[in-house]
Design a protein around this ligand. Structure first.
Ligand SMILES: Cc1cc2nc3c(=O)[nH]c(=O)nc-3n(C[C@H](O)[C@H](O)[C@H](O)COP(=O)(O)O)c2cc1C
Length: 150
């Protein structure tokens, strides 16, 4: 099966750590790479088949600095066909802010708009994300196993 790319957008480390935890929990079953979004040209999305996005939200509902180029790309690209792409998004945020988990919501919206297929429902986590993500990761694992039985 093709590689699963886990891309993280993070300002102060939470989403980065979570991306690594998710990678560690998948690695026994699937080929996985955990990547800083700021280190990968967004045009590279054309070569990716399975994408997990782990991102926090900053500012007034904006993406973290290292994810802003990716978010702009999927937001403004015209004629972008992502029908080859399976994806899942987990957002980290804080319900205190009016634009709760907006960066994760935006990624979900724009990937889907360009024809990518959501493998499971996006999870928007608040500050208690460590209690919230394990169930989502288990669901992700079973979805991936059913997509890639070998
Ligand atoms: C200055 C600042 C702005 C923030 N803005 C938002 C926001 O607009 N929406 C939201 O849901 N969370 C917001 N947060 C909360 C962060 O997304 C949350 O703390 C997250 O866990 C940080 O993850 P990170 O360490 O990966 O960047 C903000 C936090 C800070 C410090």
């Amino acid at each position: 099966m093709s590689l699963i790319h886990i891309l993280w957008g993070s300002q102060s480390g939470n989403a980065q750590n979570l991306a690594q935890v998710i990678g560690d929990s998948l690695i026994d079953h699937f080929p996985v790479e955990v990547i800083d979004m700021g280190e990968l040209d967004p045009e590279g999305i054309q070569e990716i088949k399975n994408l997990i996005i782990v991102t926090s939200t900053y500012g007034d509902g904006e993406a973290p600095d290292n994810a802003s180029e990716w978010l702009s790309f999927v937001k403004f690209a015209e004629d972008l066909d992502l029908s080859h792409l399976n994806y899942a998004v987990i957002g980290l945020g804080d319900t205190y802010y009016p634009h709760f988990c907006q960066a994760g919501k935006d990624f979900d919206q724009y990937l889907s708009k360009h024809g990518a297929h959501a493998m499971l429902k996006r999870l928007d986590c608040d500050l208690y994300y460590e209690e919230q993500y394990p169930e989502w990761v288990e669901e992700l694992k079973s979805v991936l196993k059913s997509h890639f039985p070998d």
